[in-house]
Design a protein around this ligand. Structure first.
Ligand SMILES: [Zn+2]
Length: 489
């Protein structure tokens, strides 16, 4: 293994931070090329390799030709990796950070305390707050190397429960926030019909309620056509997401999954989040959640089971046989005391495993990845035999599997895929001294977010020397909004 990319000199002096082009800037008119010290091309880092993209920002070639190496933009002291894909986010949860950590309820259950704060904020949050929080959290994603997000959007109505004149207004605001920040977004339009299993449609608080099956389908179609008309198809697109089996009756879930299939969209569902869910589902339908979905032909490659924590071995087999995806959200799972998805069992069965930042209590997908592995180690579960190299498996989850879950074009630096990548400083104390063989494990298990230098999406630079061009306005607006929002609480 070639180790010559190890930096031997002092790191280059960082350029002034405001050099990043404004998000929304057009693609470069001609070919772009980059030459980092090393580039991750899938399972290994390669040294002395430049890569190039066309005017549409798609990778066209890799080269070691001296003329190409000379022509490419030199990224000295840096390694380039494919952009991370965050398969599950609730952007507006960003307003709750730090405000749910006191265990004030008698039961000391962090999940119940979080739910109380969440329900309070839903009753007072404005459209402006939603937009500002989305910009804030999407910028944080770029700062952590994420280039594509799956936004599971379930805040559909006004805080008082009445509908917006344009029913998809808030979803459109979240799309606009992503576009301004410059991150790719698959917006998963949520249906939310009732409070829980065996309750009536309409029993859910007004801000979430999305109405009948027909209304949900009309809303999904209106949002899909709006996105197609206003944005590039690989930058902003839609999917559908019944909130959960408790929140949406089975007939409505079947209709939404059929709609997704007919339009070649992805569909996501919170499932097996809590241990009690299996009993509640069995009481209504006579089956556990995954068994019920499989029985109705709903578990397939387009399906992502979000959370997927309390799975039986049969559930794991069903997800694996269908090549479905489970999205684990370990930081949130730890924060709320929920647990994490059985990563290795799912992989061994043939299912994909993606990662999500979920409640945005902390935005760091690599930390999510390492928590999955640490959970297994703490529980002293034996290895399934599939993943003797957890760093590679976890990085795959944070990239390739996430892209598959969302139907996104990125996830790997390959010819034909977009030039979506982030760079890390090889001089950063958290990973300094790594060689080609140990660099990925160093990044997955130890990288500090500050080591992330540049982020490029479709060959357009979104982060330069760890800073976004709109950093000041995004943070400033968010801070003002937080002050206003919580003053009224
Ligand atoms: Zn969630």
């Amino acid at each position: 293994m070639d180790k010559k990319f190890l930096p031997r000199r002092d790191p280059p002096t960082p350029a002034a931070p405001a050099t990043a082009p404004k998000p929304g800037a057009p693609h470069p008119a001609t070919e772009s090329g980059w030459l980092p010290d090393c580039v991750y091309t899938g399972e290994k880092f390669e040294v002395g390799l430049a890569f190039f993209s066309d005017a549409l920002g798609r990778i066209t070639r890799f080269s070691r030709e001296p003329a190409d190496l000379a022509a490419a933009r030199r990224l000295a002291g840096q390694a380039a990796l494919p952009g991370l894909v965050n398969a599950h986010s609730h952007a507006f949860h960003r307003v709750l950070r730090g405000r749910t950590e006191r265990l004030v309820r008698a039961d000391r259950d962090p999940g119940n305390g979080w739910r109380e704060a969440h329900d309070r904020v839903v009753g007072m949050i404005s459209a402006e707050d939603v937009f500002d929080a989305a910009r804030m959290v999407f910028m944080e994603m770029l700062l952590s190397g994420i280039t594509c997000v799956g936004e599971f959007h379930y805040l559909q109505q006004r805080a008082d429960g009445t509908a917006w004149p344009e029913r998809n207004f808030l979803a459109q605001e979240v799309m606009r926030a992503a576009h301004e920040v410059g991150i790719r977004i698959g917006l998963l339009q949520v249906a939310y019909a009732r409070a829980d299993y065996r309750s009536e449609v309409g029993s859910v608080p007004g801000p979430f309620f999305t109405g009948s099956v027909d209304q949900s389908l009309r809303d999904a179609e209106a949002l899909r056509t709006m996105a197609a008309k206003n944005y590039a198809a690989d930058e902003v697109w839609t999917g559908v997401a019944p909130y959960s089996l408790g929140a949406v009756p089975l007939d409505q879930i079947k209709a939404l999954a059929a709609y997704a299939r007919s339009h070649r969209l992805r569909w996501h569902l919170h499932v097996a989040t809590r241990a009690e869910e299996a009993a509640a589902c069995t009481a209504e339908y006579g089956r556990t959640p995954i068994a019920l979905l499989a029985e109705h032909g709903l578990v397939d490659k387009r399906f992502t089971a979000v959370d997927a924590i309390h799975l039986t071995d049969d559930d794991v087999r069903l997800l694996g046989a269908a090549r479905a995806i489970a999205c684990a959200c370990p930081i949130t799972g730890h924060n709320l005391g929920l647990g994490v998805a059985p990563f290795e069992k799912l992989l061994a069965a043939g299912a994909g495993v993606a990662l999500g930042t979920d409640s945005a209590v902390q935005v760091d997908l690599l930390k999510d990845a390492r928590l999955l592995e640490y959970e297994r180690r703490l529980a002293r579960r034996p290895r399934s035999g599939l993943t003797t190299d957890p760093a590679t498996a976890l990085f795959h989850a944070a990239t390739v599997a996430g892209a598959r879950s969302l139907g996104a074009t990125g996830g790997a630096l390959e010819i034909g895929r977009p030039a979506d990548f982030f760079t890390v400083s090889l001089h950063d104390p958290s990973i300094a001294g790594a060689d080609a063989e140990t660099l990925l494990a160093s990044i997955v298990f130890a990288l500090e977010r500050r080591a992330i230098r540049d982020v490029w999406i479709g060959a357009r630079q979104r982060l330069s020397n760890g800073r976004h061009a709109l950093h000041g306005p995004i943070v400033g607006r968010f801070v003002d909004g937080q002050r206003r929002l919580w003053a009224s609480a």
